[in-house]
Design a protein around this ligand. Sequence first.
Ligand code: SF4
Length: 436
Amino acid sequence: MKTKKHTTDVRVVTLGCSKNLVDSENLVTQLQANDILADHEKGQAAADVVIVNTCGFIEAAKQESIDTVLHYADMKSRGKLQKLYVTGCLSQRYREDLQHEIPEVDAFFGTMELPALLSKFDADYKHELIGERTIWTPEHYAYLKISEGCNRTCSFCAIPLMRGKHVSKPMEAIIAEAQSLVRRGVKEIILIAQELTYYGLDIYKERKLAALLDQLAAIEELAWIRLHYAYPSRFPEEVFDVMARHPNICNYIDMPLQHVDDGVLTRMKRQITQEETRALIGKAREKVPGLCFRTTLMVGFPGETEQEFASLCRFVEEIQFERLGVFEYSHEEQTGAYDLIDNIPPNAKAQRAGTLMEIQKAISLKHNEAKLGSDVEVLIDRKEGNSFFGRTEHDSPEVDNEVVVDAARDFVRVGDFASVEIYDVTEYDLYGILSK
Ligand code: SF4
């Protein structure tokens, strides 16, 4: 057995999105490779050192991160923790304020400061580990980040302030990482970035998402490739052709549209109109038959009138999105929209979000009802109580529908694919039995 450099137990607490999760996976991998006892926090007894990887996306996420840091700061002041470090987006954005307000924290780090964080443990950043991270998702799926940062200028968005300009990972590094994940049993790779479609423009001087997908799809044993976070303006349509060509690229795309009213789109600086958005969705559905189109929309943007919101509702009714998430606008300092007046009261924002989700509930039920009696291929994610829970290619982990299979009646293995006949549905779940 290897001698550990440190006997202290380091735990990483991750808040926020899948991109942060990948950063934490890299951090834990680097610590372990330096012979340091490190793992993700799993809610067990306290460790000696805690690193909180924070999120600073919107007000609610910031508050959750601050509450978490305060929780561990309190543990440290009660002598239950030796050291507390804070990294990630919130720390990048508000380091000075946080240093002042939470002095119990031993050090704060920005999103690009992994080597500095490692140096606190006398650990070196090991370049040879790129692509070798241990994953914290179930063994059969993993997120793969293809770039960092964002060059867009959406007026509501604070992400470029925290993650910097777009930096694509070289294609060969992504392919090597995907191959390594597949060798370790991963069946589904979920491509993530702040903005997928910009991939390649910085390092290759041309958009390379389609070429990247072509290469990824050629990896044998990689059953599913899923695309998250594509920016709609000037979308590279050859991506749809590649999706249609390869059966192992899921008929699924997550394209956050944010809004569709032309006035709001202009104020959001989204560089697209409602008509162009409609045409793009039409093209996507035409080129990729059976496509599941996921989007997120934002309500309560400064100055969003009743008419503008009504136009958003009409669009949702018209398009019948397969999957939809709704955010309430959060007034973030240093963003372009911060100069506008945040004039929609919180209760009106919540009401608009609720209205949209009510519309979507009926749409989602209709989509699910269309699956009644059919056989669907399901990747089984977990067993809980007397049920197995899995997903179809139309569903991403955490955010989309699940297929529930009765474990008392049917046996399947977590991480395996199963053919399931759907016999019942609700708005957001499907119930099935193993197909004969
Ligand atoms: S494309 Fe996404 S990450 Fe980039 S600025 Fe716009 S909303 Fe933010």
